[in-house]
Each structure stands twice: as C-alpha cells, then as structure tokens.
Design a protein around this ligand. Sequence first.
Ligand SMILES: Nc1ncnc2c1ncn2[C@@H]1O[C@H](COP(=O)(O)OP(=O)(O)OP(=O)(O)O)[C@@H](O)[C@H]1O
Ligand SMILES: C[C@@](O)(CCO)CC(=O)[O-]
Length: 335
Amino acid sequence: MAKVISSSAPGKVILHGEHAVVFGKNAVAVSVDLKTTVEIKSDPNSAFVMLNLIDFKCETKWPLTDFVEFGIEHPSCSLEFSDDISLKFEKMLKNASRKEAIDSICAFLFLYFGLSDKYCKSKRIPLNVYVSSLLPVGAGLGSSAAFSVSLTGALVKIFDLEESLDFISQTAYQVERIFHGRPSGIDNSICTYGGAILFKNGTIQEHVKRSNLIPIILVYTNVPRNTKKLVKLTSDRKQKYADVVNNIMNAIDSISLMAWKYIKGENVSYEIETLVEMNQHLLNSIGAGHSSIDRVVNIAKNYEFQAKLTGAGGGGTVIIHLPRGNPSQAFVRFD
Ligand SMILES: Nc1ncnc2c1ncn2[C@@H]1O[C@H](COP(=O)(O)OP(=O)(O)OP(=O)(O)O)[C@@H](O)[C@H]1O
Ligand SMILES: C[C@@](O)(CCO)CC(=O)[O-]
C-alpha cells in the first residue's frame, strides 16, 4: 500500500561560542522557527527512487535496479562517515543534474544504504523524496543540520525504525560530516532537540525547552560562505598563535556560561548586550569576521543596539540583540 510520511527540523542560531565549541569550549544555541521539511511517498508498485531537492531545483531519479546492483558491489554500507564517501557513490552521483547539490544527494544515498543495510536486511524500497526549506542556505542558520536531521527522521520513519531522538541526532551528525568534515555536533543537536542548549565536548550539558526570551533580529548580509573553510581558517590561526587563540577561546567560553545563566532565567548582574559586543570583537580577532558583518554591527550601534555574527561568520547572518521588554518598541527606532 502507498505510504506518505513527513518529518521536519528547525534551523538554529548560535548565541555564543561558535568556533570555540569546535575546541571543546561551551556554546549556547537556540532553535529558530524556520524549518526544513522532508516528505516521502512510497509506492510499492514504482520501480524508481526519486530525490527532489526543491530549493536546488534538482531532481534525481534512479531505477530501483541501480540500488540493487550498488548493494551487490558494496555490501553492508555503514552509518559512519568515511573520507571516501563521494568516491563510493561516484557512479550513482552521475545522475545528478546540479553540481551544487552533490553533497546533499550523497547524504541521501549514505542514509538510504546505511539504514537499509544496518537495520532492514538490505531491503531496497522505491521512494519519492521531496525536500524543501524556509532556511537560507549557507547563512549560518543551520540549513545543513536541519536538512540532515529532517532527512534522517523521514528515512527512519519510512524504514519503520524506532524514532529515538538520540539516534536521529547521532546519525545526522555523521551526515553533517559530509558537509563540514569534523563539526562540533552543536548544530545537529539543537536542530534535533529544539529549545535552547548549552553544549560542550560533543554533548548537551543542559537543555531548556522554553528559555528566557531573547528578542533578536536576524540580518542576512547577502554574503554566502562555507562553514568548512571558515573553521579551517580559525584552526590555522589557533595552530600558529596557540597561546593567544587559546586565551580568546577561554574568554568566549566564559561569555557562553554567563549568557546561559541569563537564558535559564537566573538573576544576573551583567548586561547581555555587553557580552554580545565583547564576543563580536573576539570572533573578529580569530578571523571569523567580514566587512559585511562589521557594516551591520555598526548600523545597529548607531541605534544603540549590540550585534554579532552567528555560526561560522565570514558573511552569513548577524544577530542584533534588542532590549528586553517590548521588542516592537525597538523596531520603531529603526525607521
Ligand atoms: N534545503 C536543502 N536542500 C538540499 N540541501 C540542503 C538544503 N539546505 C542545506 N543543504 C545542504 O547544506 C549545505 C549548506 O551547508 P553550510 O554548512 O555551508 O551552511 P549552513 O548549514 O546554512 O550554515 P551553518 O552550518 O554555519 O549554520 C548546502 O550546500 C546543501 O548541500
Ligand atoms: C563554526 C561552528 O562552531 C558553528 C557552525 O554552525 C562549527 C561547529 O561548531 O561545528
């Protein structure tokens, strides 16, 4: 019988701790109300697997027989990322009509074969998979993590597996490695569990479902960037100026812990806006800045608001913190 399922995951904003979290420091992230949705229609009478990445205008279709043949050449696919992943799927990726979508198609194949081989006796089922998102891609709002989490969730459902959030987050982490190399794990965690998290050393330290409201404006600089390259840039700086950068990372760690107290609703004696201002300077000093970010930060300052980059930086999105109370009053100040 034909079956239709769907699964969605939110994007995220890192409030404090980006880059430092890659080196084992604390970071704070919240989910945002912009989602990626995956819908799967499975018709047992079909003889194809189809993946439609709607935002990329990229539809890829394979005869089911290709999936069966692939399984004969590559038995027992794993759900652990490996560096040769795109080589392994090279033949199947030839069907892709758009180069920019290769990683996403590779992610789909990795999940399909991994789940099928590990948990479903290598069953190959015909599927029509549709992915669409309200998140801008490459803007620092976790589009790759929302994609990885929602696709994992949808395939877990269609293969009739147990839908545990821990399993979805851990599997999505392996998918994230296709996009980012060695991510900290904060993005797949917040996009799976939602709410607000304090994250360190690959694990959620604390999770709150409803946090102290932090009114922010998200401003996209219109400068797309690549997370993997930016993490490499800050890591190179850390290697060359180890003492200096370690101290900066420790300072960011302290900011994250102070911001977390505020988010949990504790009474704090410091201003959250000052933490934002300090963190933006620290992020600039490790190479995550960009002139487009500075421009937004300076415009915000003209209106007496503090702003900082979020995510990897190098363009992407800037968050402007609004004062507590009535955020709509703050908007009036931006005429
Ligand atoms: N809606 C989508 N459909 C298909 N692929 C997507 C979608 N959203 C994201 N992706 C994949 O994720 C990649 C973007 O990942 P990248 O890490 O550069 O940006 P981001 O996740 O938006 O930013 P950050 O990781 O800093 O939050 C895209 O190039 C694409 O391969
Ligand atoms: C820049 C970074 O800290 C955040 C990307 O959203 C990278 C990571 O945590 O993997």
